[in-house]
Design a protein around this ligand. Structure first.
Ligand code: NAD
Ligand code: DAU
Length: 351
C-alpha cells in the first residue's frame, strides 16, 4: 500500500497524472494537494473524484506549518510535485509569486520530507516535475538539450524552476533524500488552461477572435501529448534510481507560426469554414520579453534506460485536442468566465 501526495493535481498536467495513478494503481492512496489558484480546477477530475483511492486536500505549499502537519497526519510514502506557477508571461509581470510557490513551496515540501522520512529514505521518494526551460534557449540548428546541458534560465519562471531543481538535488546530495527530477518539453492536450498558446488559439478561433502570435512566430517548441508525459512520470517514478534526472520530450519541433497554421486548417475543417478562413485571425503582436528562441529535448536516456517513447503523432494529437475542446464547451466557458473558481471556493469555504 503506497500513499502518494500529488501536488498541483487540479492543474493541467497534474490532473492527467492523478487520473493515471488513480486508474492504474487501485491499491495506492492518491492525495491531490492543490491550492486551487486560477489554474487549479477540480472539474478536471470529475470522472475520478468519487474513487475510493482518491482524496483532495486544499492547501498552499508556501505554508510550511500546514505542509509539516499534513506530513504528520498523512505519513505519505512519496510526493510527486507538480504544483507551480507555470505561465512565463505571468512570471514577467509578477516574479515574486513564482519565487514563493516554485522555490519556497518546493523547499517546504523538501523540509517536510527530510523531517518525516528520516530513517526510511529508501522506502520513500520525492519526484520533482520540472521543465526544459531551465536549460535556456537553443539556436536554430544547435542540437538538443540533454540531461548534462548546463542550466541557463532566462525568464523569472525558468529561473524559479531551475532554483527548485537545484534545491531538490541539494537535498538528495546533502541529506540523502531519495529524489528524482524530470525535465519535460511543452505539453498539449485536454484540460490545458486557455492562456497557453494552443488552447488560447483554439478558443479564439472558435470565437472569431484574433490569434496573438508573438514577434515573427519563428520561435520553436517541442510538443508532447500530455498523457505521454503522465506515462513517463509513472515509468520514472517506479523505475528511476535515486538522484537521477530524465529529459522527456516529443521529438516534435514546430515553429509557432507553422503550428498555428496547422491548427487553423484543422479548425476550418471541424467548424465547416472555408479553407483559409481561420488563418485570417492571425495577428502578429509585440514579442515576449526575453523570448527563448528554441527548445528541443533529447529524450534518448529515458528511451534507452526505461523504454519510454512518445505514443502519438502530433497531427493526431492536435486533432484529438481540438475535438476535446469542441466537445467540452462547458469546461471552456466555465474557465474563461471564471465561474469554476467561485464554485469550488464556495464549496471549500463551507467545510
Ligand atoms: P498549471 O498551471 O496548469 O497547474 C498548476 C497547479 O498548481 C494548479 O492546479 C494550481 O492550483 C496549483 N498550485 C499553484 N500554486 C500552488 C500552491 N502555492 N500550493 C498548492 N498548489 C498550487 O501547470 P501545468 O502546466 O500543469 O504544470 C505542472 C508542472 O509541470 C509545473 O511544475 C510545471 O513547471 C511543469 N511543466 C509544465 C509543462 C507544460 O507544458 N505545461 C512542461 C514541463 C513542465
Ligand atoms: O517548455 C516547457 C514549458 O512550456 C513549461 O515549463 C511552461 O510551464 C509552459 O507554459 C510552456 O511554456 P511556453 O512559454 O513555451 O508556452 P506558451 O504556451 O506560453 O507559449 C508557447 C509559444 O507560443 C512561445 O514561443 C510563446 C508563443 N506564444 C504564446 C502565447 C500565450 C504566442 O506566440 N502567443 C501567445 O498568445
Amino acid at each position: 500500500m503506497k500513499k502518494i501526495i500529488i501536488t498541483g493535481g487540479a492543474g493541467f498536467i497534474g490532473s492527467h497524472v492523478v487520473r493515471r495513478f488513480v486508474n492504474t494503481y487501485p491499491d495506492y492512496q492518491i492525495i491531490n494537494l492543490d491550492k486551487l489558484t486560477y489554474a487549479g480546477n477540480l472539474m478536471n477530475l470529475k470522472d475520478i473524484e468519487q474513487r475510493p483511492n482518491y482524496r483532495f486536500v486544499k492547501g498552499d505549499i508556501v505554508d510550511a506549518v500546514f505542509i509539516d502537519e499534513l506530513f504528520s497526519t498523512e505519513q505519505p510514502d512519496a510526493v510527486i510535485h507538480l504544483a507551480a506557477e507555470s505561465h512565463v508571461d505571468r512570471s514577467i509581470s509578477n516574479p515574486t509569486e513564482f519565487v514563493m510557490t516554485n522555490v519556497l513551496g518546493t523547499v517546504n515540501l523538501l523540509n517536510a520530507a527530510r523531517k518525516h522520512w528520516t530513517g526510511r529514505y529508501e522506502q520513500t521518494r520525492f519526484y520533482h516535475v520540472s521543465t526544459d526551460e531551465v536549460y535556456g534557449a537553443l539556436a536554430m540548428d544547435s542540437g538538443m538539450f540533454t540531461e548534462t546541458t548546463a542550466y541557463d534560465p532566462h525568464s523569472p519562471y525558468s529561473a524559479s524552476k531551475a532554483s527548485s531543481d537545484h534545491f531538490v538535488r541539494a537535498y538528495h546530495d546533502t541529506y540523502g533524500i531519495d529524489a528524482v527530477i524530470s525535465n519535460c518539453s511543452n505539453n498539449y492536450g485536454s484540460h490545458h488552461f486557455p492562456e497557453k498558446l494552443i488552447p488560447l488559439a483554439i478558443h479564439n478561433i472558435k470565437n472569431n477572435k484574433s490569434i496573438p502570435v508573438y514577434g515573427k512566430g519563428e520561435n520553436i517548441r517541442d510538443w508532447l501529448w500530455v498523457e505521454d508525459h503522465a506515462r513517463a512520470i509513472d515509468v520514472i517514478f517506479h523505475q528511476a534510481k535515486a538522484g537521477s534526472t530524465y529529459n522527456i520530450g516529443g521529438h516534435n519541433e514546430w515553429k509557432n507560426i507553422d503550428l498555428i497554421h496547422l491548427l487553423c486548417q484543422i479548425m476550418d475543417r471541424k467548424l465547416g469554414r472555408a479553407e483559409g478562413e481561420s488563418a485570417k485571425l492571425i495577428t502578429y503582436v509585440t514579442d515576449r520579453a526575453g523570448h527563448d528562441l528554441r527548445y528541443a529535448i533529447d529524450a534518448s536516456k529515458l528511451k534507452n534506460e526505461l523504454g519510454w517513447e512518445p505514443s502519438l503523432q502530433f497531427e493526431e494529437g492536435l486533432e484529438k485536442t481540438v475535438d476535446w475542446y469542441l466537445n467540452n464547451e462547458e469546461w471552456l466557458n466555465e474557465v474563461t468566465s471564471g465561474h469554476y473558481q467561485a464554485y469550488y471556493q464556495e464549496q471549500y469555504a463551507k467545510r
